[in-house]
Design a protein around this ligand. Structure first.
Ligand code: ZN
Length: 389
């Protein structure tokens, strides 16, 4: 299997996705023959779909196919490249005006390089009427304009858009691949790496955090233990409050860690060491990075809450596995006795109801129902009612 080190440096962040990287690196190699004007990158959260778009954009604009060190690559990494326009939103929906603005920008033409690249992160947040504004530009694109859309899955996009884009799917890496990556890259022992990869359900960033941070591990364990201990409405309300608190702490930790990493990466890209004085000419790049980090911080609480939902889904799937006498390994082996006890005191039908309730709560939170309300409603539905139905 090809490995990310076989590709230009700009692809380094896309570990574990050799097929997608190969497809795009080939498009960059053959760009003289023409580059398709619209791409859709799909993959689950944590798989790196916007990283993929950003790397592809940088690679196309770089004279060396993505060297990571030239002026063009440095600006692309810093978010200051004049030929890359990014539409990222913290809102639940992308407004029609935002799409009109970026479409208008697509007609400006490249100023430095040969392409004008427009990236829409979370393209699934466009409603139909906003999608239709974009569609016109996809049907009759200005020369050398390249659209890159990112979404969780193809199904999130209108058929009319899907038929005009070239699709690149990121896969959920296998647990063993994620574990191997943690061992190789981060020097983590195999047992710890494997457990973290399983518990993170192959989310690479989460797996690394679980493997390296006792706080992150404890927060995850608390989340699950709280769920299994809910027996009254009062304990449900308390569990919901604790979950929200855990999500906030998790979001904080994640934000700080990611911000620092990006800052150091930008320093390295510019040939500076941590602590060096930043030359005046480069300060804009750092200011820009800080601004985009601030924007993102507003979204990370949402991500923290969603992480809790994903963990709860895995927990009740484990309970269901035991109830159905499946011999497949549990995601949460460390909780086996508690999971078995929970399985004994309820029924598979009741567990399926709980899984539905979690899926419902995810939808509610995504559609802006107040976090605590949604969590409380969920916690009440997760109560362990020790009565066979
Ligand atoms: Zn370059």
């Amino acid at each position: 299997m090809a490995n990310s080190s076989d590709f230009a440096p700009v692809w380094a962040e896309l570990r574990g996705q050799p097929e997608a990287v190969e497809q795009l690196a080939a498009a960059v190699r053959n760009k003289d023959a023409g580059v398709h004007h619209a791409w859709l990158f799909t993959g689950p959260p944590g798989s790196g779909r916007s990283n993929l778009a950003h790397a592809f954009a940088a690679a196309l604009l770089c004279p060396d196919g993505g060297c990571s060190t030239c002026k063009s690559c440095v600006m692309a990494a810093a978010g200051t490249h004049p030929d890359i326009e990014i539409l990222a939103t913290e809102r639940v929906q992308i407004s029609i005006q935002e799409v009109r603005d970026i479409v208008a920008n697509s007609y400006l033409g490249g100023s430095m390089g040969s392409y004008r690249i427009l990236i829409i992160e979370d393209a699934d947040r466009m409603q139909d009427h906003a999608s239709n504004v974009l569609l016109k530009s996809l049907e009759e694109p200005p020369a050398n304009t390249i659209w890159m859309l990112c979404a969780p899955s193809e199904a999130d996009m209108l058929q009319t858009i899907r038929s005009r884009v070239r699709r690149v799917g990121l896969k959920v890496p296998a647990i063993n691949d994620v574990a191997a990556l943690l061992v190789e890259r981060d020097g983590i022992d195999l047992a710890t790496a494997h457990r973290a990869a399983a518990e993170a359900q192959s989310h690479v960033g989460m797996a690394r955090r679980l493997a390296t941070s006792a706080d992150a591990r404890n927060r995850r364990q608390d989340t699950l233990r709280l769920a299994l201990a809910i027996d009254t409405v009062t304990s449900a309300v308390l569990a919901a409050e604790r979950w929200l608190d855990i999500a906030k702490k998790d979001a904080d930790a994640l934000t700080k860690e990611r911000d620092l990493e990006e800052h150091e990466q930008l320093l390295r890209t510019m040939g500076l060491a941590p602590g060096d004085t930043i030359p005046p000419g480069l300060r804009t790049a750092f200011k820009n990075l800080e601004e985009s980090q601030k924007r993102r911080a507003q979204r990370s609480l949402r991500d923290g809450i969603d992480r809790i939902m994903v963990d709860l889904l895995a927990l009740y799937r484990d309970v269901l596995m035991v109830q159905l006498d499946s011999n497949s390994p549990l995601v949460n082996e460390f909780l086996k006795p508690q999971i078995e006890a929970s399985a004994r005191t309820s029924t598979a039908a009741a567990t399926i109801d709980k899984l539905d309730a979690i899926a419902q709560a995810r939808l509610r939170i995504a559609s802006n129902v107040r976090d605590l309300l949604a969590l409380e409603a969920l916690a009440v539905q997760l109560r362990q009612v020790s009565k066979k139905r």
